[in-house]
Design a binder for this molecule. Structure first.
Ligand code: ATP
Ligand code: LTN
Length: 331
């Protein structure tokens, strides 16, 4: 049988995933299982670049992992694991950090944004975070990495690191490509449509959590910030309405043209209600599956354990190859 191409992606357990995470990344994780050999990780090592409360973090790790399964990541067909359960990530990250330039990391926009947001804690991990991300991807020899557009720059750095290493030591790493959705690569905040919807936004009205109940979802969409125009039409400069249209299109499968026809002569209020209802409809099955799975902690821990074992076996091959190339003694 022909070997399937490989996918790797990760999500931080910093809070409950948002509709942005779902439409920008997680939905593709599920779809891509049809045609690819997929490895997905809850990247808890990444999450401590910002201070976390240990009890809360643990809860978030269980929740994020369970949500992946509830959304349809199949732990038999794919590999789903928690990053800290596989020590190879931290090991390869150290090696790759010796092949990454200070200047390259200084140019990362996420580093600049997060250090501006947390001036009291600009730690070295925040700076070297993209190297750990490169290690995640390169350990599994991933061909494709499904992410939202905000991760494009990090992915380009991963490619540069892989190419640089390969140029010195021969073909060690597959050079990965980003897999970014067309219309939902950057779902915007409902309160400031020029910003991305983020799960660590302090304003709860700015984002839809995938676990928000129907009434909350509808209420948040009703309050979404839109421009002063009244027409439901996709056009440059109408960030608020464009965002709602791209969400509605993603959750219903309708084109922008269909949507414009459907709401011709109707007001924003009616449109916002429709977006809220359609979003609640697609999240409902995820929520009921989540409720079912989260009642069975033993099963979840078993899946975590199996996932970690599978991930470890795969990543060990890459790490040993790297160590041999570097001149280390692999016994
Ligand atoms: P945080 O707010 O804690 O930085 P985040 O919401 O950016 O978190 P991550 O765990 O960093 O979430 O990202 C998980 C995946 O979701 C990544 O592939 C990222 O590109 C994607 N993603 C995050 N926010 C959005 C968004 N608003 N639109 C589309 N994709 C997104
Ligand atoms: N940096 C990403 C999360 C992440 C990731 C990865 C995504 C960590 N490792 C590997 C894709 C592949 C973020 O902040 N969204």
């Amino acid at each position: 049988m022909e070997e399937r191409k490989k996918i790797f992606s990760g999500i931080q357990p910093t809070n409950t995933p948002t509709l942005g995470n779902y439409l920008g990344a997680l939905q593709n994780w599920v779809k891509l299982q049809e045609d690819y050999d997929c490895t997905y990780s809850i990247v808890d090592l990444h999450s401590i670049t910002v201070r976390q409360d240990p009890q809360r973090l643990k809860k978030q790790i269980y929740e994020s992992y369970t949500l992946l399964l509830a959304m349809g990541v199949d732990p038999e067909r794919s590999t789903a694991f928690v990053q800290s359960h596989n020590c190879h990530h931290a090991e390869l990250s150290w090696v790759l950090s010796c092949f990454t330039q200070f200047g390259e990391l200084s140019r990362m926009t996420q580093f600049k944004d997060k250090s501006a947001k947390h001036p009291e804690n600009i730690n070295a991990g925040l700076f070297t975070y993209p190297v750990l991300m490169a290690a995640d991807i390169l350990l599994y020899q991933a061909d494709l990495v499904p992410v939202g557009i905000d991760q494009k720059q990090h992915l380009e750095l991963s490619r540069d690191i892989a190419i640089r290493f390969n140029n010195i030591y021969g073909d060690v790493f597959v050079v990965p490509d980003a897999y970014i959705p067309k219309t939902t690569a950057k779902v915007a905040s409902l309160q400031d449509p020029t910003k991305k919807m983020s799960k660590s936004d302090e304003n709860p009205n700015a984002s839809i959590s995938v676990l928000d109940d129907r009434d909350t979802i509808i209420r948040k969409f009703k309050r979404a910030v839109t421009d002063s125009d009244t027409e439901i039409r996709y056009a440059p400069g109408k960030d608020g309405i464009n965002n709602l249209m791209s969400i509605y299109s993603a959750v219903t499968g309708k084109t922008y043209e269909d949507i414009e026809k459907e709401f011709k002569g109707k007001g924003y209020g009616e449109f916002k209600l429709a977006v809220g209802e359609a979003t609640a409809d697609i999240l409902a099955p995820v929520q009921s599956e989540y409720a079912r799975l989260s009642a069975d902690k033993k099963y979840i821990e078993e899946c975590m354990k199996n996932g970690a074992e599978k991930a470890f076996k795969t990543s060990r091959k890459t790490l040993q190859k790297v160590y041999k190339k570097l001149g280390y003694i692999v016994l």
